[in-house]
Design a protein around this ligand. Sequence first.
Ligand code: PBG
Length: 324
Amino acid sequence: MYPLHRPRRLRTTPAMRRLVSETEVRPRQLVLPMFVKEGLASPAEISSMPGVLQHSRDSLRKAAVEAVQAGVGGIMLFGVPAERDAVGSGGTDPDGILNAALADLRAELGDSTVLMSDCCLDEFTDHGHCGVLAADGTVDNDATLEVYGEMAVAQARAGAHVVGPSGMMDGQIAFIRNALDQAGLADTGILAYSAKYASAFYGPFRDAVESQLAGDRKTYQQDPANAREAIREVQLDLAEGADMVMVKPALLYLDVLRAVAEVSDVPVAAYQISGEYAMIEAAAANGWIDRERSILESLTSIRRAGADIVLTYWAVEAARWLDR
Ligand code: PBG
């Protein structure tokens, strides 16, 4: 008796495997998150994210041009201000570091890439929360919306094509949409961080933005135990006018990503976050895994699970590998 079915036939040669491969990762699908720090003279290494830099305004401009030349689909910009306050004034100030750097990049790059900006307060508040606080110390949802609206308008005026609200406040997409429209910015898009989990894997990012957070974000970010509420969050954001929706983190939430991809009628993004980056880099640095293969396998898996767009700190390097 011979086996009737031999799936191995489709794996016999590289040409055969290439022919039957289901999932492709293309440079244009990758978005590079970048950090710019106020008052920095030259770029600084982030120790928990080897290979990722806090940029000066100058080095950011050059690195962004290189990223676009490498073929990445977009850039997501985060700002690290020199000073912070309770309401995150640096985020709404047109001269604040994030807005100033957005203007630099838009002037440099025009419409040659999709320029995105983190629309969230945590980098700008002295308490490190994603919103403003009520008298009792809790994050005040509706007061935060007012600031997000102002921040989104400032970012769009500075040059963002797409704003990325990542604070998980209720009603943030509708509020920001309305604020943009009222300001005559109907063409500015919204990438909604719809299903964003309270993850332990954001640690290195918090180093990158020098986060002041003392507690956690569990009253606004989702519980890792829950999948159903991700669908609810996505449906709310779609109803509120999101142009794209996102799941974050990526690798630990591929089931959520798949479920979201099945209900979304707009492009779905996934954010391969700092902790995912750090894990692979650390294991590769120890010689425990093959770096390039691991990175490309992780990106392929995120695409296979249903992401149209992947935010990844490896965007430029991966784009170069994929173009070989
Ligand atoms: C919040 C924000 C965070 C990340 C992106 N936007 C941190 C957080 O929610 O604490 C994390 C990204 C990463 O870990 O790579 N503005």
